[in-house]
Design a protein around this ligand. Sequence first.
Ligand SMILES: Cc1cc2nc3c(=O)[nH]c(=O)nc-3n(C[C@H](O)[C@H](O)[C@H](O)COP(=O)(O)O)c2cc1C
Length: 355
Amino acid sequence: MNPVSTLDALYRWMLRPYLFGLDAESAHRLTLSMLSAMPPFSIPKDPPELAVKLWGIDFSNPVGLAAGMDKDAVAVSGWQTLGFGFAELGTITPRPQPGNEGPRIWRIREREALINSLGFPSEGMDAVARRIERVRKAGITIRLGLNFGPNKDTQLTGVAADYAALIARMGALADFVVINVSSPNTPGLRNWQSPQKMREIFDAIRERAGETPHRVPILLKIAPDLERDDLLRICDTALELKLDGIVACNSTVARDAVGVSSPHPGGLSGQPLKIRARELIHDIYAHTDGLVGVGGIASAEDAWLHIRAGASMVELYTGLIYEGPALAARIKAGLADLLQRGGFRSISEVVGIDR
Ligand SMILES: Cc1cc2nc3c(=O)[nH]c(=O)nc-3n(C[C@H](O)[C@H](O)[C@H](O)COP(=O)(O)O)c2cc1C
């Protein structure tokens, strides 16, 4: 048995039944503590055809961890060991905050989905920055995206300043930064997806630009619950503001439209989101520079179709819960195989070919 199949079998027959016996947040905490104890083993080199160059940065493969799994950057070397090409850490807020009251994560097992209403629990930017500085010094090689959001008690007039403060404090520690204006669990946050509000944020960021020594690529993370015209307007504004890309998409507040009935409030992720996420990627591909596709990925085929729809790289979260820690390695092997069978020399050749 190869190591990936062994890890898959271990997860399926032992670890997942145990974790699924716990409430979802306890299972999450336990998983993170196991991963944080994992040393940065030297892992097999990624096949060269999976390499991606985006925003002038080399990524050894296009499979990343989505935001929310490791909000406080406690398990960075673990993500490297599992073979991810990058990890998007956060959402990080300027000041520490506890998030919403629990319970606040639920499994919808029959649909391989999750619902969460976490509301950005965060240790705050200073604590997370110190942790990232430590792992950077220890020589981790995985690329890091940092995902930023405002504090819940920040007044409306201070939201843009919160994003600017996060970039000023942490921008230099990131390979790229993600402005999260799309989580459904912070009241009013999604209103910042309008062109006028986006301008406010980016004016505030530019005002403090001198405090970040190098220019870090900045992406915007958007919600799947937007009308097509609004979406295109947002992407066009992002281009006009010279943002570097879009992360599409966050969890959805839809239920009936994606065939889920559940009394739980918050953002739905996983399999029911997949088709909507792919449509969205397809729709905005021509309106973005660097598109990171996320939503419902649980196999190499899923990642392949998001890439064919227009994503230069992909990310996953809920798939990891249901499929286990070997998923990134399995997706990479599957992508390399699909490339070879299709006669492609590199994953970049496939980006957007279904358009
Ligand atoms: C429990 C949970 C917490 C999340 N927290 C965040 C977050 O803090 N910031 C963010 O931008 N997205 C967050 N997300 C959204 C994911 O990054 C991703 O966009 C979404 O789950 C769709 O991907 P998936 O279907 O692979 O899970 C969270 C998702 C889950 C399931």
